[in-house]
Design a protein around this ligand. Structure first.
Ligand SMILES: [Zn+2]
Length: 114
């Protein structure tokens, strides 16, 4: 979807930005993955939606959110984001979508100032 947007640039940067936003949202908050939060019983294996959301346990959600704002634990977060093929793909997709969104925003600014 996103790659098609890049290839056929007829869509225009606004549509591309919208696509990027949707992809970002999907990968970070909607794609089905494992929770992966650290609990007393080891790594949590509950289903969760999106790599940045925990499972239904509120404590796990907080654990993820806290990790984002607590740079000392970014290594641990990175480990969780890339723990298996599914989360790695989702994380990479999310990062790609963010990058693409920023690129589209910059491109629009360049076009606008011309
Ligand atoms: Zn969990």
């Amino acid at each position: 979807m996103l790659i098609a947007g890049w290839l056929t640039f007829d869509f225009g940067p606004v549509v591309l930005q919208a696509l990027s936003a949707v992809s970002t949202f999907y990968f970070f908050f909607n794609v089905p993955v494992w929770c992966g939060a650290q609990g007393r019983g080891g790594t949590c294996r509950n289903n969760s939606h999106g790599v940045l959301m925990g499972c239904h346990l509120r404590q796990h959600k907080w654990q993820k959110i806290k990790m984002i704002f607590w740079s000392a634990r970014w290594a641990r977060l990175r480990q969780e984001l890339f723990q298996n093929a599914t989360t790695t793909l989702a994380s990479l997709g999310g990062i790609l979508a963010v990058t693409s969104g920023i690129a589209a925003a910059l491109r629009r600014r360049v076009v606008a100032t011309r």
